[in-house]
Design a protein around this ligand. Structure first.
Ligand code: APR
Length: 227
């Protein structure tokens, strides 16, 4: 494995999608405990379904930016030596041409069965209490990993970090684990670690290189020069 990339909400910021923290962040209007925890969901399913319905239905209004396209091109060039992991639940990586994207926090354009978490299916539109799992007929829930739940694909991600030569994290505040700990794991396994972010913490001991700036500006150049 030559390169593992982790992206966060910051890569989609210039596409117009709100990030979670920082000015006008999503968590300024909505409380995490109300719309991003299992407890919030079982307390008020309609409210949580509608929160994700509005994000899902709004997706076509937002277009991938140069950073998404650059990562898709890099995947084409590196093939199986490249792994893209995203914390994002939007579909901008796929719409930019990325073929293999591990959505470790789930995806807006999928739903999950309430009764069997392996029943996951593509879904567009508005989920309601009448939406049923196509596999078993049980009610559904957003296919989003909420706080207190285990992120997806952790075995694949950890294995990739064990063997990768380079790890880069793009557009993430690195405050939510386990994603925030990937750079430490990569560093522990002797990878070279690069941060590409609007704001960087140059004191970070687990990062070797810092590219400070907007994703659409710093990511394409970094991808083109990646060997
Ligand atoms: N280019 C690059 N980076 C940017 C840009 C930009 N145009 N705009 C903002 N950023 C950076 C911010 O400086 C910040 O470090 O993107 C980061 C966004 O941080 P968050 O809003 O915390 O998003 P993220 O790190 O993806 O959140 C992680 O938290 O709420 C959960 O599940 C949710 O996946 C999310 C997780």
């Amino acid at each position: 494995m030559k390169l593992v990339v982790l992206t966060g909400a910051g890569i989609s910021a210039e596409s117009g999608l709100r990030t979670f923290r920082g000015n006008n962040g999503l968590w300024e209007n909505e409380k995490i405990e109300d719309v991003a925890t299992p407890e919030g969901y079982y307390r008020d399913k309609a409210r949580v379904r509608n929160f994700y319905n509005s994000l899902r239905v709004g997706l076509p209004n937002y277009k991938p930016n140069a950073a998404h396209f650059a990562l898709a091109k890099l995947e084409e060039r590196l093939g199986d030596d490249f792994l893209l992991v995203t914390q994002n639940v939007d579909d901008l990586h796929e719409r930019a041409g990325s073929k293999r994207v591990l959505h470790m926090h789930g995806a807006l354009k999928q739903l999950r069965c309430e009764a069997n978490e392996s029943h996951v299916f593509n879904f567009d539109g508005e989920e309601t209490a009448e939406t049923k799992c196509p596999f078993c007929g049980a009610p559904t829930r957003p296919h989003i990993v909420w706080f207190g739940e285990i992120p997806l694909y952790m075995d694949k991600i950890e294995n990739a970090l064990l063997h990768t030569k380079e790890f880069a994290y793009i557009g993430t505040s690195s405050v939510v684990y386990p994603a925030a700990g990937f750079k430490q794991l990569a560093k522990h396994y002797k990878a070279h670690v690069t941060c590409l972010n609007l704001e960087v913490d140059r004191e970070d001991r687990n990062t070797d290189a810092f590219l400070e700036g907007k994703a659409s500006e710093v990511v394409p150049t970094w991808c083109e020069n990646f060997k």
